[in-house]
Design a protein around this ligand. Structure first.
Ligand code: SF4
Length: 285
C-alpha cells in the first residue's frame, strides 16, 4: 500500500501520488501517460486526472502497479478498475493488468481462443483475476517469453492445470515446464500460434506470433513513442547483443500489426508500417 509519508516531492498536489517505493517499471506511464511521468529514475504524478476517463486509467495503473507505489488521498472505489482486467486490447487479445514485482512489472496478456486460451507471461496471481480468467474459459497454455517474466506461473499452473511453454535455455526458471522449445527453428504450437526463438536479451528468449497479427515480444522488441520507432533495449541485454541483432533479422519476413511487449510501449500499425519500422530497428541495431 502506498504511503503518504513516502510521497515523492515531485508529485503535483491533488488526489493521486506516487511514493518512493516506485521501481520505475513504466507501467503507469504507459497506462495513463497524461497523469504519470518520470523524473529522477521513478514515476510521479505530473498532472492530476482532469476527467473521469483519465481518473479511471490512473486507477487501472494503481491496481496494476507491481509495488503498490500509487496512492490516493481520497478513498476511491477500486471496484471498476479491478473488474476491468483482463482489459480488451483488440479482438480477443487482452491485457491482464496486476503486474508482478518479480517480473519487474512486465505486461502480460490473455488470448481467447475456442481451441484453448493462452496466457502470455505472468501477472500477479490474484484470486479475483483468476476467477475472471476462469469465466473467460480458463488457460490451456501458459506461454513464457523468457526467464525474467515467469512470475506466478506455478500458481496459475496449480489453479488451471495449464501447460507451461518456455525455451529449454530458460527452462530452469520454471523448473519443470510441460512443453520446452529447443534450438532456433520456429515452433508451431497450433495453426494460429507460432513461437520464434529470439536469443539475445536472454539465451532462451522467444516471441509468439498469433494469427499473423499479434507479435508478443517479451523484452526483445518494443515501441518508442517519442522517437516513433521500434527499439530493442541494449542496456538490459543480458545474453548477447549480436545474437539479438540476428534474432531481430529472423523476424523481418513476418507479417503482423501489433507489437505487444513485456516492457516498453506497444505499437499498432499496418503490416507495411510494422515491417518498415522493424527494418529500421534492424538497421539501427
Ligand atoms: S507502475 Fe508503480 S512501480 Fe511502475 S513506474 Fe508506476 S509507480 Fe513505479
Amino acid at each position: 500500500m502506498a504511503s503518504l509519508t513516502k510521497r515523492r516531492s515531485e508529485n503535483v498536489p491533488g488526489n493521486f501520488y506516487v511514493d518512493s517505493s516506485c521501481i520505475d517499471c513504466e507501467t503507469c506511464r504507459i497506462l495513463a501517460p497524461e497523469v504519470f511521468s518520470e523524473k529522477g529514475g521513478a514515476s510521479y504524478v505530473r498532472n492530476q486526472p482532469s476527467n473521469s476517463e483519465e481518473s479511471f486509467r490512473a486507477l487501472q495503473a494503481l491496481v496494476s502497479c507491481p509495488t503498490t507505489s500509487i496512492g490516493t488521498m481520497e478513498r476511491d472505489d477500486l471496484t471498476s478498475a479491478k473488474d476491468s482486467f483482463p482489459a480488451r486490447i483488440h479482438g480477443n487479445v487482452y491485457h491482464c493488468g496486476y503486474h508482478s514485482k518479480s517480473s519487474f512489472g512486465a505486461f502480460s496478456y490473455l488470448i481467447l481462443r475456442p481451441e484453448g486460451n493462452v496466457l502470455v507471461d505472468s501477472p500477479r496471481y490474484v484470486p479475483s483475476l483468476a476467477e475472471k480468467i476462469r469465466s473467460l474459459g480458463g488457460i490451456r497454455y501458459h506461454y513464457l517469453t523468457h526467464r525474467d517474466d515467469v512470475a506466478d506461473h506455478g500458481k496459475f499452473h496449480e489453479d488451471f492445470g495449464c501447460e507451461r511453454i518456455i525455451h529449454e535455455d530458460d527452462a530452469d526458471a520454471v523448473g519443470n515446464p510441460e512443453i520446452t522449445i529447443a534450438g532456433r527453428d520456429p515452433f508451431r504450437l497450433a495453426e494460429d500460434l507460432t513461437i520464434f526463438p529470439t536469443p539475445g536479451h536472454t539465451k532462451g528468449h522467444t516471441v509468439l506470433l498469433y494469427s499473423n497479427a499479434f507479435l508478443f515480444t517479451g523484452d526483445h522488441l518494443a515501441y518508442d513513442p517519442v522517437r516513433k520507432r521500434l527499439i530493442a533495449f541494449r542496456g538490459v541485454c543480458w545474453y548477447s547483443w549480436e545474437e539479438q541483432k540476428s534474432s531481430m533479422e529472423s523476424l523481418a519476413g513476418l507479417s503482423f500489426e501489433w507489437v505487444l511487449p513485456g516492457h516498453g510501449n506497444p505499437f499498432h500499425g499496418t503490416p507495411e508500417e510494422t515491417s518498415h519500422l522493424l527494418r529500421k530497428c534492424i538497421d539501427w541495431m
